[in-house]
Design a protein around this ligand. Structure first.
Ligand code: UT7
Length: 335
């Protein structure tokens, strides 16, 4: 059995900044409401014509992370791409990135686990390294939310939350048994499937059918969320899955050097911080600048914490997430 460690991280965000004030011009909302309930001040949205797509941003961030990990693209054994907003219905973004990187062939897999996508993808990659099958794996999270949000007052409970961009970790085989990804813990509870979902277009709701069956005021092809139910489940599941990871490794909250929570809502992150008695230096949040970016929120916050020298060798880094499905997950990493 081998161990896997993160040998490079990277983030990419589109240049176009959309502030809360910008949103007040197109829907009935306020900067005060958004900041008070979520902590978000601004987010990035792809601008028409800037060339960005979910796969393109995944490619851009792959270039950065490979350089940092000092790994040649031809040494990549596997690409695992997490997104809920792929360029195409099929094929997935993983194969697009493989082509953009000019890797002649390599396996590529898309993971569709929404806000838990990155930790699920990391866990998949970790298993392939642990068994000895692969040495270097790109684990990408990338989202283009802005292309599919209802940017009117009708969709404001969802659309003010989300932003675009990509984050990535290069996972590499390491011989030291006490380093790297110590464990991952994954969960789902499908009874809440429609509480945070985008149900059409899909094989169940093809576009012509939606148009025929649904009057304009009830369009099911935008994301929908039961915010309060999601919030209540999130705070419970975040805590459970962090405790599960710590207990599995005979660690306690006192051992956490850095917690990177999925950036769903600053209030959720602050609740968890308080519960585990962590200082501001032990938690990294950036939802204020980027909004909720789903599968790429953890890698982008992880990258930022690393770039700001907030993560040091041998630190215990905890990744934790909760989202649509419902799904939730954690990873315990010795850096
Ligand atoms: O990443 C995946 C996981 N996602 C999450 O964890 C999100 C969890 N949920 C939340 O973060 C919160 O539920 C939200 C921030 C989404 C919403 O906050 P809330 O305190 O639960 O608000 P609410 O949905 O109960 O809405 C309260 C009021 C409503 O008006 P009335 O009925 O009280 O008159 C909404 O219509 O706020 C209204 N509202 C808004 N007002 C201004 C909803 N969205 C907005 C908005 N601007 N953008």
């Amino acid at each position: 059995m081998y161990q896997s460690q993160i040998s490079g991280v990277g983030k990419y965000v589109p240049e176009n900044v959309v502030t809360n004030h910008d949103l007040t011009k197109i829907m009935d909302t306020t900067d005060e409401w958004i900041q008070e309930r979520t902590g978000i001040k601004e987010r990035r949205h792809i601008k028409k014509g800037d060339g960005n797509t979910t796969a393109v941003m995944g490619y851009k961030v792959a270039k950065i992370a490979l350089e940092r990990a000092n790994i040649d693209k031809d040494d990549i054994d596997f690409i695992v791409f997490a997104t809920l907003s792929p360029d195409y219905y099929f094929p997935g973004c993983g194969v697009q990135v493989q082509d953009m990187l000019d890797i002649s062939t390599c396996p590529a897999l898309d993971v569709r686990n929404q806000c838990s996508g990155f930790v699920y993808a990391l866990s998949v990659a970790d298993q392939f390294i642990k068994t000895g099958m692969y040495k270097n794996i790109l684990v990408i999270g990338s989202e283009n939310h802005s292309g599919g949000l209802d940017m009117t007052t009708r969709g404001r409970n969802v659309s003010v939350l989300f932003g675009d961009g990509a984050g990535l970790a290069v996972l590499t085989r390491c011989e030291n048994k006490n380093k790297g990804v110590l464990s991952t813990h994954l969960h789902s509870e499908g009874k809440f499937v429609e509480e945070l979902s985008l149900i059409g277009p899909s094989t169940k709701y093809w576009v012509p059918e939606i148009i025929k069956e649904n009057p304009q005021e009830n369009i099911p092809y935008y994301p929908q969320m039961n915010g309060q139910l999601v919030f209540k489940n999130a705070v419970v599941r975040f805590s459970e899955v962090i405790n599960e990871g710590l207990a599995h490794n005979n660690l306690s909250a006192k051992d956490i050097d850095m917690l990177i929570p999925h950036q769903a809502n600053l209030r959720i992150a602050q609740f968890i911080q308080k519960k585990f008695k962590l200082s501001n230096d032990q938690v990294h949040n950036n939802i204020q600048k980027y909004g909720n970016t789903t599968a790429r929120s953890i890698p982008i916050a992880l990258t930022e914490a690393w770039e700001n020298n907030k993560i040091k060798t041998d630190d215990i880094v905890v990744l934790a997430t909760f989202g649509s499905g419902f799904t939730w997950a954690s990873a315990i990493i010795k850096w």
